[in-house]
Design a protein around this ligand. Structure first.
Ligand code: ADP
Length: 208
């Protein structure tokens, strides 16, 4: 199965909202369909593409622009680029939408309270203890998207359900060819035969 055409999947959400977790669930689904995929996770990008940049508004804007530039190049060459960074500014995301065009925005939604409770990387603890700098959601604003293509509510849906929802949207937008014989349960989630088909493909590719 090949994709119709590649796009950039742009995750946005607070730290700890679940961008990485959903990305990890999404990548094997895309690869199982023969897509070329590249993940640009905020934490990874910080160590190379954006090395040396700080957390001022100016530097953060540059990071998002660079990320968008790389996603555009990848997408233009048939790669599904997944950007998983907080990207708190609506303007920066919208600029990348205009630049890339084939752009699917995924709002990974979780309340600040939930993210603080999860505190996967211990970052909130440090900030709240006054040990570190500014932080999105605490000292700096986070602007949720108005019209994202997908909303993954990670207080209610598992990462796997979130990934499936994205796949379904990619099919609706003609970025992916729907799997033959797929059946939906009405919520855009696959059932029975299709899940088994995906499982078999993942197994064949060595992901399971
Ligand atoms: P982010 O990349 O947005 O900073 P992470 O994916 O690193 O967030 O962390 C989110 C944390 O929340 C992980 O520990 C993940 O296992 C947990 N989590 C719990 N429920 C969900 C869910 N439904 N979707 C995504 N992550 C979830």
């Amino acid at each position: 199965m090949v994709s119709s055409r590649a796009c950039t999947i742009w995750f946005t959400g607070l730290s700890g909202a679940g961008k990485t977790a959903i990305t990890n669930a999404l990548v094997p689904l895309l690869k199982a369909r023969g897509c070329k995929v590249e993940v640009l996770d905020g934490d990874i990008v910080r160590a190379n593409l954006s090395k040396g940049l700080g957390f001022s508004k100016e530097d953060c804007d540059i990071k998002i622009r660079r990320l968008g530039f790389v996603c555009q190049l990848l997408t233009r060459h048939g790669v599904f680029a997944i950007a998983a960074a907080i990207s708190p500014d609506k303007t920066g995301r919208d600029e990348n939408r205009t630049l890339i065009k084939d752009f699917v925005e995924v709002y990974v939604k979780a309340s600040l309270e939930t993210c603080i409770q999860r505190d996967v990387k211990g970052l909130y603890k440090n900030v709240l203890a006054g040990e570190s700098r500014k932080f999105t959601g605490l000292s700096d604003p986070y602007e949720p998207p108005d019209n994202p293509e997908v909303i993954c509510d990670t207080e209610r849906e598992t990462p796997s359900a979130g990934a499936q929802k994205i796949v379904r949207k990619l099919e609706q937008l003609d970025y992916l060819v729907p799997l033959a014989g797929a059946a939906e349960n009405g919520d855009g989630e696959y059932i029975d035969d299709d899940e088994e088909l995906v499982r078999q493909r993942l197994e064949a590719l060595g992901y399971l």
